[in-house]
Design a protein around this ligand. Structure first.
Ligand SMILES: NC(=O)c1ccc[n+]([C@@H]2O[C@H](COP(=O)([O-])OP(=O)(O)OC[C@H]3O[C@@H](n4cnc5c(N)ncnc54)[C@H](O)[C@@H]3O)[C@@H](O)[C@H]2O)c1
Ligand SMILES: O=P(O)(O)OC[C@H](O)CO
Length: 308
């Protein structure tokens, strides 16, 4: 049955999600902070609200939506891949705190917006503690060009999509320095162990990090120049400053902020995150790209324990 749905955030991802939903026959109200639109009017009567704003916009927007109030049963879908700098919370946690009576569904997967916009096939995950809500979103969003899987681990699903952005910066550096396929393969594999380690401490399930929203998104983002986070790393390796790289990319690269928040989390919880640590040092100009590679290669020798 065709529905009227709201998408909050008219950036690259919000726009492509609206194409996918319109393709399925739904009517979309696309809200942007830049347009003179009433948020209350945009939300009214919509059974599903999709948030695709950058993490820095989520806390204030979630408070606004709480003040307006939603009809009982309205589902909130969070498509943001980031960690809040102030609270270290994921976007879905911020939404759930503000909308405790409403089902929250996480949407995450290997989903480069430009490929999906071009009509290329892709798959994603919708995860929630409320399986009915995840199934509803699956039915509404799935099509012959966008395959949607449900999942029961929203925290792990969202963490996979968030943590891989930091690794994508490192992968961009690896390609920018022309370190070759062996180096990038080692980087991606060790990074998967690293983010499984922090992800499980934060509450995600180990197996989730080996699925579409973990390994799947890691492979997509680390291997595509379409990824803004990969582009950040690639440009840093070519000698651009972070400020110039971000300005020229012009869209959100969540990995920069995530590297900062992860650094705090790793310190607080005493988790070893050597790759994320080098990304943190690099974006703070404490090491050069080559020094970051050297530091990773010269770490103390140890046995390999995949996934740990
Ligand atoms: N582009 C992709 O391929 C893709 C795919 C999956 C997930 N995501 C995630 O979706 C989110 C949005 O990414 P995007 O690609 O659309 O980025 P974008 O830079 O194109 O758009 C960002 C959106 O967030 C809004 N925004 C930014 N700061 C805000 C603030 N302070 N208050 C309110 N709104 C604010 C902007 O107005 C815009 O609508 C990110 O978390 C990203 O990781 C992106
Ligand atoms: O362009 P990026 O680096 O934000 O990546 C976009 C999506 O998260 C890929 O799944």
């Amino acid at each position: 049955m065709p529905l009227t749905l709201t998408i909050l955030g008219a950036g690259a991802w919000g726009t492509v999600l609206s194409f996918l939903l319109e393709h399925n026959g739904h009517k979309i109200r696309l809200w942007s902070r830049r347009h003179d639109q009433s948020l209350a009017a945009t939300l009214e009567g919509c059974p599903i609200i999709v948030s695709a704003v950058s993490i820095k916009g989520v806390p204030a927007l979630a408070r606004q939506v709480r003040q307006i109030g939603l009809a009982p049963g309205t589902i909130l879908v969070s498509a943001t891949k980031g960690l809040d700098g102030e609270t270290t919370c994921l976007a879905s946690q911020i939404w759930q705190e503000n909308l405790p009576e409403h089902p929250v569904v996480v949407l995450s997967g290997p989903n480069l917006a430009k490929e999906i916009k071009a009509g290329l096939p892709a798959a994603t995950v919708v995860a929630s503690h409320q399986p009915d809500a995840a199934q509803t979103v699956q039915q509404v969003l799935a099509s012959e060009r966008f395959r949607v899987y449900t999942h029961h681990d929203p925290l792990g699903t969202e963490l996979g999509g968030t943590l891989k952005n930091v690794v994508a910066i490192a992968a961009g550096v690896s390609d920018g320095l022309e370190l070759g396929t062996n180096a990038k393969s080692a980087l991606i594999t060790r990074a998967l162990s690293e983010f499984t380690r922090v992800g499980t401490v934060l509450g995600g399930k180990t197996e989730t990090f080996f699925g579409l929203s973990g390994l799947g998104d890691l492979l997509a983002t680390c291997n595509s120049p379409l990824s803004r986070n990969y582009q950040v790393g690639f440009r840093l390796a070519q000698g651009q400053s972070l400020e110039t790289a971000l300005a020229e990319i012009g869209e959100t690269a969540e990995g920069v902020n995530t590297a900062n928040v992860l650094f705090d989390i790793a310190q607080q919880k005493n988790i070893s995150m050597p790759i994320a640590h080098q990304v943190y040092l690099l974006i703070h100009k404490k090491v050069t790209p080559s020094q970051a590679v050297e530091a990773l290669m010269e770490r103390e020798l140890k046995p390999e324990t995949p996934g740990a």
